[in-house]
Design a protein around this ligand. Structure first.
Ligand code: NAD
Length: 469
């Protein structure tokens, strides 16, 4: 059985104990991951503090060079990393390839060019006011299991580009591709600048409570995000929280249902619905409702669900047993009378956490499938008559991550998109993310912003120098 090591102060180290990482496609053990001890966490934070002293003095171009070299290593080892990601996460090979090469290597290249320059906001006979962005210090990045590699890369690239040093913690469900990356790049990143530590459920709270951490960049559920913020409050650590969503797609009366069915399906079922910004509710106008339900249902029935390593599989399993049971519970509520199942809904016997893409019509608010984030392959399609009512219902939610409007009239759609209470609103696409475009959630979907220059600012202290003349 392969064991993976952690990266602490430029050295590969084992934990005192190990835990099993399970392949969700067949429930076998993929490999063992180390459980970081308290002493190893202290050691990693101390190393990151030491490294910060010199890393903060490097130029943005020098830091960018390091990121580019990490991108090269990812490309050189892409096949191994993709296979590992498929085994630990479950996603299809094609989606894993996109995560490693696009979100990963290409994302690093784009983020390597990001730099914050000082800004002069006043320079006249009264005085001169300069804005400087100083890296906060040692940051912690906490990553979920849905896009373990891509999200880890986004956080490490932004933290390092800003001049921070980092403790990176993958999810205990999916630590392997991140740990393997650490092994591959240990001689490329200066010792202590990037430390990768894995652990079981008890490790996250220790990391967020550690007094040496100055910033926490967290992606995960709303419930955990609140705990992270509570822990950070003790010494006012800076936090960025990228949390859950229940994104609505509003389909207007002028669409060609056949034409938009596939992009809507992809937007909902990418990564088997386990995507924060997946479409999780469709509001379709009554005039296009049934054709749309039938068109999306037909695509769902044809989508092949199976192990990610099978090149025929379009969709892999749900990532872990806990999440699988949550999804089955939601499916039970649908079967007990909350909606009409148009496609999917039947769970095949056998190993693996497989759930077919399931389309539910004739459903309303007031049930878990519509009101909460299922985070699995079940999609409700809801009928509406008046567009103002659809906007109101899309916004009547504690979530506010993303949303979209679908129409052949761009101006009309954009006008509606501007009324969505979300961090991002898209027209005729959902989702659309880029390392260069700021991204964050409204309401309980998050706090702060990732990506682009705004994301870099999240790892910095604004320092104002004000000179009187
Ligand atoms: P989770 O909240 O259970 O876990 C996320 C991470 O936090 C893991 O690494 C976990 O080990 C760690 N953790 C758990 N308890 C902790 C604690 N008390 N203190 C510190 N860390 C702790 O989330 P998940 O189930 O891994 O991911 C799914 C959720 O993430 C969904 O709600 C999804 O919408 C959300 N998500 C959001 C975004 C976004 O950008 N907004 C992106 C991806 C996923």
């Amino acid at each position: 059985m392969t064991s993976y090591a952690m990266l602490i102060d430029g050295k590969l180290v084992a934990g005192s104990e190990e835990f099993d990482v399970i392949n969700p496609a067949d429930e076998t053990v993929v490999a063992k991951a180390p459980n970081a001890t308290d002493a190893q966490l202290d050691e990693a934070v101390a190393a990151a503090e030491r490294a910060f002293k010199s890393w903060r003095k490097t130029t943005a171009a020098e830091r960018g060079e390091v990121l580019l070299r990490i991108a090269d290593v990812i490309e050189e080892n892409a096949e191994e990393l993709i296979d590992l990601l498929v085994s630990e996460q479950g996603k299809s090979r094609k989606q894993a390839e996109r995560e490693v090469l696009q979100q990963g290597a290409a994302g690093l290249k784009l983020r390597s060019k990001l730099a914050l320059e000082p800004k002069v906001v006043q320079d006249d006979e009264q005085g001169r006011v300069e804005l400087h962005y100083r890296p906060l210090g040692v940051a912690a990045a906490i990553v979920p299991w849905n896009f373990p590699f891509g999200i880890a890369i986004g956080k490490l690239a932004t933290a390092l580009a800003a001049g921070c040093t980092l403790i990176l913690k993958p999810s205990p469900f999916t630590p392997l591709s991140t740990l393997r990356l650490g092994e591959l790049i240990k001689d490329i990143v200066p010792a202590g600048v990037l430390n990768i530590l894995s652990g079981d459920d008890s490790f996250g709270p220790k990391l967020t409570a550690h007094p040496g951490i100055r910033k926490i960049s967290f992606t995960g559920s709303i419930a955990t995000g609140k705990k992270v913020m509570e822990s950070a409050a003790r010494d006012l650590k800076r936090v960025t929280l990228e949390l859950g969503g229940n994104d609505a797609a509003i389909v207007l009366d002028d669409v060609d249902a056949e034409k938009i069915a596939l992009p809507l399906f992809m937007g909902a079922f990418i990564n088997s619905g386990q995507t924060c910004v997946a479409i999780k509710r469709i509001y379709a106008h009554e005039s296009v409702y049934e054709p749309l339900v039938q068109a999306v249902g037909a695509i769902a029935r044809q989508a092949k669900v199976g192990p990610g390593k099978d090149p025929e599989s379009a969709l892999g399993p749900v990532q872990n047993r806990l999440q699988y049971e949550r999804v089955l519970k939601v499916l039970d509520t649908v079967k007990s009378g909350q909606g009409r199942i148009v496609a999917g809904g039947e769970i095949a016997a056998g190993k693996g956490y497989f759930v077919p893409p399931t389309i539910v019509a004739d459903v309303q608010e007031g049930c878990p499938l519509v009101d909460e984030e299922t985070f699995g392959p079940i999609l409700p399609i809801i009928k509406y008559s008046e567009v103002d009512d659809a906007i109101h219902r899309a916004n009547a939610s504690g979530y506010g991550l993303g949303g979209s409007v679908w129409s052949t009239n761009e101006e009309r759609a954009a006008e509606i998109a501007r009324q969505l209470d979300t961090g991002s609103a898209w027209v005729n696409q959902h989702p659309s993310l880029s390392p260069l475009v700021p991204f964050g959630g409204a309401k309980q979907s998050g706090l702060g912003t990732e990506s682009g220059i705004e994301g870099l600012k999240g790892f910095c202290q604004l320092h104002v120098v004000n000179i009187r003349r």
